[in-house]
Design a binder for this molecule. Structure first.
Ligand code: PLP
Length: 377
């Protein structure tokens, strides 16, 4: 039986969400832009999904814009947000531990004359409010920091960054990439105090290829994709109704189950970390506070070897992040971990559906790997 423990890369679509998607593909498949009955029915469905997501985020429905995923939300927020502010300044604060959607958006802005301060992450991959304060300038127009780091699970105190910007009367827009944070750490857009927030469906048991961008009421940014007047003129293109319906259901159910789900994942994470450190000599825990990401390293032993060993037992984990494939993790490098620790790193991603049996099978296999592969070396 396959044991999937790579839920920070992607999650299975929950059955209730899949059902909503099938309904939107096969029964109520109208185009929300059509003016006839089926079009109006689709508009109602679209707005009900938006309301479900808005409730899960504590946002107003009109503040949410459906996108094709985290990457598009991040590109729109950072690139268009910075451009809309460019008359006030051209300085941006971010970190060296961001997802490539952010780092490449920032690279594009640099080509257009913006200057970017990339803060060095702390040991758990997060950034402190003091670091942001030290980097803040009069011409800073955007601060973009991820809520939860996708490789380490380190949590940045975005609410404190928001308070800092307010206390300094900074005009900077605050964006957070909440792709790994949504339904993994409790928050509302108000509790974080953000202007812009991006999220992705496939990390919360909805399909790949759908996400949403929160733009706080009163913040005006230009669209990245132009065309029809969809999504309040912010994102042109016929809405991906099946995926959006699934996102609505997954966010509603995920937010109802949040307390229980966080308790469950935190218990599994604690059990996993304590058994691994007790039972595998030399194993290091690199994880931050998020309940679903466990980052470990067996320094001196290559991640690929361990991954292959686990894969042969149908246990699926990841090297550092799914986007990295062969390359060395830029996040772990930015934290300045020794090369042997980086090269021996593994990321285990839990979900609401992960079980103690799966965790036990992983621990047993890692111990077996240690005994058979490494003790011989
Ligand atoms: N940001 C973070 C932190 C992520 O982990 C990911 C996906 O791995 C993304 C952004 C990109 O999201 P998507 O795959 O929906 O484009």
């Amino acid at each position: 039986m396959r044991i999937y423990l790579d839920n920070a890369a992607t999650t299975p679509v929950r059955p209730e969400a899949a059902k909503a998607a099938i309904d939107a593909m096969t029964v109520r498949y109208g185009n929300p832009s059509s003016s006839h009955t089926m079009g109006r029915e689709a508009t109602e469905m679209l707005e009900s999904a938006r309301a479900q997501l808005a409730e899960a985020l504590g946002a107003k429905p009109e503040e949410l814009h459906f996108t094709s995923g985290g990457t598009e939300g991040i590109n729109t927020a950072i690139r268009m947000g910075a451009l809309s502010m460019s008359r006030r300044g051209k300085h941006i604060i971010s970190s060296l531990a961001e997802h490539s959607a952010t780092t490449h958006s920032l690279d594009e802005l640099e080509k257009q004359g913006f200057s970017v301060t990339r803060l060095k992450p702390q040991r758990d991959g997060s950034v402190s409010v003091e670091q942001v304060e030290a980097a803040l300038r009069d011409d800073t127009v955007m601060v973009s920091l991820m809520l939860v780091n996708n490789e380490t699970g380190g949590v940045t105190d975005i609410a404190a960054v928001s308070q800092l910007l307010k206390s300094k009367n900074s005009p900077a827009l605050l964006h957070t990439d909440a792709v790994q944070g949504f339904l993994k750490v409790p928050f509302t857009v108000k509790s974080l105090g953000v202007d812009l927030l991006s999220l992705s469906g496939h990390k919360i048991h909805a399909p790949k290829g759908v996400g949403a961008l929160f733009i706080r009421d009163g913040v005006k940014i230009h669209p990245l994709l132009v065309g029809g007047p969809h999504e309040g003129n912010l994102r042109a293109g016929t809405q991906a109704m099946p995926a959006i319906m699934a996102l609505g259901v997954a966010s509603q159910l995920g937010s109802r189950e949040l307390t229980e789900s966080l308790r469950h994942m935190s218990q599994l994470k604690a059990a996993l970390q304590s058994r691994l450190t007790d039972e595998i000599p030399g194993l290091q825990i690199l994880s931050g506070a998020a309940p679903h990401i466990i980052s470990i390293s067996l320094p001196g032993h290559r991640s690929e070897t361990l991954m292959n060993f686990l894969e042969a037992r149908e246990i699926f984990v990841s090297k550092s992040s799914a986007c990295k494939k062969g390359a060395r993790s830029h996040v772990l490098e930015a934290i300045e971990l020794p090369p042997a620790v980086i090269d021996g790193a593994l990321r285990i991603g839990l979900s609401h559906y992960s079980t103690l049996e799966e965790i036990t099978a992983l621990i047993d296999s890692l111990k077996e790997a240690f005994e058979t592969l490494f003790k011989k070396l």
